[in-house]
Design a protein around this ligand. Structure first.
Ligand SMILES: O=C(O)c1ccc[n+]([C@@H]2O[C@H](COP(=O)([O-])O)[C@@H](O)[C@H]2O)c1
Ligand SMILES: Cc1cc2nc[nH]c2cc1C
Length: 391
């Protein structure tokens, strides 16, 4: 890559991080108060009220809207996948890209149900998919940084310049979507072997025991699961001296996770809610938070994946998931499912009647404090100290 491209990537990343101003708590509080005046018992819409208040804070308006949601699936391959850590072979990544584009994958159906546009971005699948005219349901954007990462148990997954390029590519994707009118972006991913990479990053960034972080992924059990934990241990041991966040990302990978970190940063800078899917998408969110803690204020957790590390990530980011359906599919399926919930919360805010109009004067208690209604909206703690690999 030319030096000029590299410095353009760095400048974009710096500019984006500097533009993140955090949520508007006054808009959140105003929305919470507005809900207290609606025709219902106070706080009876539970998390839906907090959800609308959070979107209001992110969009910095008392009239939040989600009219043009986009489901973005970032895809790439992982060198570590060739060490027997997944229940499926690597070529499935490219095959699934064709399935997304053909409109028959789970996320194709769920994005359609949610009236959301599906966009797929190839950050570095080993063999790009063969697409035909019938693959017209969703575009597959060529944003390839390289053809898959290297095996992180043997060396760095990628160079630091490639990690920066992948993050900058994610920022550019978010910017293009926002320029095209997207007012919410659902973050999803596809890549065989990615739960191993996400486990490595989560263990490193949160300083957790890999044995407690690693889960079944696509369905590894028994001895295969023990081998997966050993591989995560091996990657962490191979890079035990790496601490600075960018070096952690480059050493451990992956390309789509780096891009999703960039998308999360871009969303935060452009006041667009980033609706997180499962364990791998949230690994991208964790990287974004590590680079810019305030980016977490623009995130909404769609669901809780069955991967044990996902709950650890969400806790650290201060996020309460909207759904818990024991899903572990990825590809933005859980995020797509939560889009109608977000829209419903905003429709309730906009269209419900007022208790006052019923002639009641016990409408709204005057003790409403923003912290009461949006437990989720509190800023998560900035990463403190210098955990191993955490920088
Ligand atoms: O989102 C999740 O929480 C999730 C949990 C388990 C598996 N996945 C999906 O499965 C793939 C990774 O699983 P694996 O076993 O190959 O590491 C990848 O394509 C993900 O989209 C996703
Ligand atoms: C078939 C299949 C579909 C997926 N979608 C997301 N990750 C996936 C992994 C596999 C194996």
């Amino acid at each position: 890559m030319a030096d000029t491209d590299q410095s353009a990537d760095r400048a974009l990343i710096e500019r984006t991080i500097a533009a993140i101003e955090g949520p508007d708590h006054e808009s959140s509080a105003a929305v919470a108060r507005a809900f207290d005046g609606k025709v219902k018992p106070v706080r009876s819409l539970g998390q839906l009220e907090a959800l609308a208040a959070r979107v209001a804070g992110i969009q910095r308006t008392t009239t939040p809207r989600v009219d043009s949601p986009v489901v973005l699936v970032c895809a790439a391959d992982h060198g570590i996948a060739r060490t027997g850590v997944s229940a499926y072979p690597q070529e499935v990544t490219a095959q699934m890209l064709a399935a997304f584009a053909g409109g028959r994958a789970a996320v194709s159906i769920l994005a359609h149900q949610a009236d959301a546009q599906l966009v797929v971005a190839d950050l570095g699948v080993v063999e790009p998919p063969q697409l035909h005219p019938t693959h017209a349901y969703a575009p597959v954007l060529d944003r390839r940084v390289r053809a898959g990462t290297d095996n992180s148990a043997e060396g760095p997954a990628m160079t630091r310049a490639e990690a920066e390029q992948a993050v900058a590519t994610g920022i550019r994707l978010a910017e293009e979507l926002v320029e095209g009118g997207a007012d919410l972006i659902a973050l999803g991913e596809m890549g065989i072997g990615s739960t191993t990479t996400a486990s490595v990053l989560t263990s490193a960034i949160l300083d957790r025991d890999p044995a407690r972080v690693v889960g079944a992924g696509t369905g590894v059990e028994g001895e295969a699961l023990a081998h997966k934990v050993e591989m995560v241990d091996a990657v962490l041991a191979r890079h035990e001296d790496v601490e600075e966040p960018w070096d952690v990302l480059a050493a451990m990978g992956g390309l789509e996770i780096a891009a999703l970190a960039g998308v999360a940063l871009g969303c935060a800078a452009h006041r667009v809610p980033a609706l997180l899917d499962g364990f791998i998408s949230t690994a991208g969110a964790l990287v974004a938070w590590r680079l810019a803690p305030a980016a977490a204020d623009a995130m909404i957790a769609a669901h809780r994946s069955t991967e044990p590390g996902h709950s650890m990530q969400l806790q650290e980011l201060g996020l309460t998931p909207l759904l818990d359906l024991q899903m572990r599919l990825g590809e933005a399926s859980g995020a797509a499912l939560a889009i109608p919930l977000v829209r419903s919360s905003l429709a309730l805010l906009q269209d419900m009647g007022e208790l006052a109009d019923l002639g009641r004067d016990d409408a709204a208690p005057d003790d409403t404090a923003p912290d009461d209604v949006a437990p989720d909206a509190a800023s998560p703690a900035a990463p403190d100290g210098a955990p191993p690999h955490g920088g």
